[in-house]
Write a new protein. Structure first.
Length: 377
């Protein structure tokens, strides 16, 4: 049964309280997949209240799957031509994602997905680097099922994490941003993980409700050829509709030289063979959201879990650029709280986080019990 949204409740409330406000005047692309119509209508009204002009694109998982299965190179290039022209005319983008079936695209051949990713990359580059954008989910029974929760319990969690006062988070994360900007060498240890790399000279970006909702992370990128060692990701993952568990990667001179994921190891290798940049890391981030404590197999949530870090094969963001370019950008999450085996993070030899908790005085305010009080509305 679809979630009941009450018209008039304010479709822009989650966005406004999260920190994203469509700028007045320009055109805003609302890209909605399997979202209740009432919510989209309220969002249209919220955009107009700002004096902006809304444009809406509606699509659905089953239709997208069928289009993807038979997409030709000529058809994809034609779509790119028109979609790129449209996004070039927009100043803001709001991506709304529901899901009747999180695994709807799991049987789209990997070759088809690679081709589409390669051809359509200029569109995503334009959206990310040249518009003001935000991406969020809509709670659905499918998401609740993937999380192992009742629909009602998941909806409650969803609105708890999406309506934190993210404006206050901007100030709270400054000590971590400053410390990361001073850091050269990072060393991460834990079960199946012993990872070393440099972040010297790379931008450090706080994520506080302006690009994702929910939010709560600080990210940078490793110097491209500096990554050495191995890492095991203990949070479940999905890549283009295919589930993966216990992904293990080994690095030499920044490059993934071994990738394992049980009976999905062959599919994992196919992903990392998409292009040369797929075997290098484009992002390193620490998760901070105090309301997120367990994975739900949705990366928009899981990468923000308090006490986690994620490491991302593929494309680097221009705002924290190590020069890596790829058609993929796949956030993989390691949970370091005691319930998931613990772990340590060192910056330039100094222990800054142990078992998911910050241990230095300047960062202790980012532990969940303190940050949660600061962000409560």
């Amino acid at each position: 049964m679809p979630h009941q949204f009450t018209p008039g409740a304010g479709g822009g409330k989650v966005l406004r309280e999260g920190g994203f406000v469509p700028p007045p005047g320009p055109r805003v692309w609302i890209d909605a997949a399997e979202i209740p119509e009432d919510f989209v209508i309220e969002l249209i009204r919220a955009v107009r209240e700002r004096g902006a002009e809304p444009f809406v694109h509606l699509h659905a998982g089953r239709i997208s799957r069928e289009l993807a299965r038979g997409a030709t190179e000529a058809g994809l290039k034609f779509s790119l031509k028109h979609d790129l022209a449209r996004i070039q005319a927009m100043q803001a983008y709001i991506g709304l994602r529901g899901a009747r079936n999180s695994f709807e695209s799991s049987d789209v051949p990997m070759a088809q997905q690679k081709r589409a990713g390669k051809i359509m990359r200029p569109f995503s580059d334009r959206r990310v680097n040249h518009t003001r954008w935000v991406v969020l989910r809509w709670p659905s029974p499918s998401m609740a099922q993937a999380a192992g929760m009742s629909t009602e319990a998941f909806e409650e969690l969803f609105f708890q994490v999406c309506t934190l006062d993210y404006r206050k988070m901007a100030g709270a994360v400054k000590p971590l941003v400053n410390r990361m900007r001073r850091t050269d060498r990072v060393h991460i240890t834990g079960p199946g993980t012993d990872l070393r790399f440099s972040i010297k000279g790379i931008g450090v970006i706080p994520c506080v409700g302006e690009r994702n909702i929910p939010d709560g992370e600080v990210f940078t990128a490793p110097v491209r050829h500096s990554v050495e060692g191995q890492v095991t990701f203990n949070a479940p993952a999905i890549y283009r509709g295919v589930p993966f568990d216990n992904v293990r990667l080994r690095f030499s001179q920044g490059r993934i030289i071994e990738a394992k994921a049980g009976d999905k190891s062959r599919q994992l290798e196919e992903i990392f063979s998409s292009d040369e940049g797929a075997r290098y890391i484009g992002e390193f981030s620490l998760g901070l959201n105090p309301r997120l404590t367990r994975p739900i197999r949705d990366i928009l949530f899981d990468e923000k879990i308090a006490g986690s870090f994620h490491f991302t094969p593929g494309q680097a963001y221009e705002v924290a650029d190590n020069g890596n370019r790829s058609q993929i950008h796949w956030d993989l999450v390691n949970l370091q709280d005691r319930a998931h085996g613990g772990g340590r993070i060192f910056f330039d030899g100094k222990l800054i986080r142990e078992d998911g908790r910050f241990v230095t005085k300047d960062l202790s305010g980012l532990n969940p019990e303190k940050l949660g009080k600061v962000l409560a509305l």
